[in-house]
Design a binder for this molecule. Structure first.
Ligand code: MBD
Ligand code: FE
Length: 289
């Protein structure tokens, strides 16, 4: 039994930490050893600095176990946890914030599906879903402004209610996701619908964490892009709808995954028809310049 009165001081546990670190000496991959070593030192330090109790650590393990469980479809929540704690944005910034003159990158998110269906320029990727028509006209250029032909551009987005196709089991086949290849001018064009603000899945442990700290689960309206071209580094990015919700605000009141970068906020200009390809559109349509 622990005596009452002054709390006993935290013991010196450095020999234990050092022994664990030394146990990695056989790891042939030097980078792996470095990362594992710092992970152990960081976790031991975390436990010691906070005088962590066994029930607290059991609760943490329970949370992580639940986050790793597959609930609906193929969804588990580690990526959401990384996104909502800002770790994805830190890793993204480390990799991509040091190439001036290029379009900023953004995080991938949980809803990318590899190998989306190839689509023709000017085609409609909305598959008949309702929403504000959106005409996108995009040019892919290199850092010096030279058009990049034959770039493979994957696009994916949510519908007007904020759901991605993989969250809508009644939909047939991929919708609001497509793969384009840029023409000689580096261009691609397509029809879709304006994305809306969108709550990240919040029916699991990450949602409980957000509500415990008083945070909302919403992302600012965005379109996702993954661009691959020979001779260039791939670019994962997002474009945000200027004037959309959750673009700014106090900490925890903006975009729930800390994903907005100012230069990715884009004008989606209201226009009235007819469309460039002669398609009749009711009311307003929008051009992404
Ligand atoms: C999304 O749609 C998204 O783009 C990110 C980064 C995280 C959760 C949901
Ligand atoms: Fe998204």
């Amino acid at each position: 039994r622990r005596p009452t009165g002054a709390a006993p001081s935290v013991p010196d546990l450095s020999a234990l930490t050092d022994e664990v670190v030394a146990s990695f000496d056989g790891y042939a991959d030097p980078r792996g050893r470095e990362l594992l070593t710092d992970l152990v030192r960081t976790l031991h330090g975390y436990a010691i600095r906070n005088d962590l109790t066994p029930p607290e650590w059991q609760r943490a393990i329970g949370f992580l176990t639940e986050a790793g469980h597959i609930t609906t479809g193929t969804r588990q929540e580690f990526i959401l946890l990384s996104d909502t704690l800002g770790v994805s944005s830190v890793v993204d910034a480390l990799a991509n914030s040091r190439t001036p003159g290029t379009t900023s990158s953004a995080i991938l998110g949980p809803f990318y599906v590899a190998g989306p269906p190839a689509a023709e320029h000017g085609s409609d990727i909305a598959g008949g879903l309702s929403g504000t028509p959106l005409w996108s006209d995009i040019r892919v250029t290199g850092p010096e402004g030279k058009p990049v032909a034959e770039a493979v551009v994957d696009v994916w987005q949510s519908n007007e209610d904020g759901f991605y196709d993989v969250q809508l089991p009644d939909l047939e086949g991929p919708v609001l996701r497509a793969r384009f290849t840029t023409d000689a001018d580096g261009r691609l064009t397509f029809w879709s619908i304006l994305p809306s603000e969108y709550p990240i899945p919040d029916d699991g442990p990450v949602g409980r964490m957000l509500s415990a700290v008083g945070r909302h689960p919403y992302r600012a309206p965005h379109l996702h892009f993954l661009i691959n071209a020979p001779g260039y580094q791939p670019l994962i990015t997002q474009l945000f709808v200027r004037g959309g919700a959750y673009l700014d605000g106090a900490p925890g009141q903006r975009d729930a995954v800390f994903g907005v970068k100012d230069d990715l906020i884009t004008d989606f200009t209201p226009r009235t028809g007819p469309t460039p390809d002669g398609r009749p559109v009711d009311g307003e349509w929008r051009l992404l310049d």
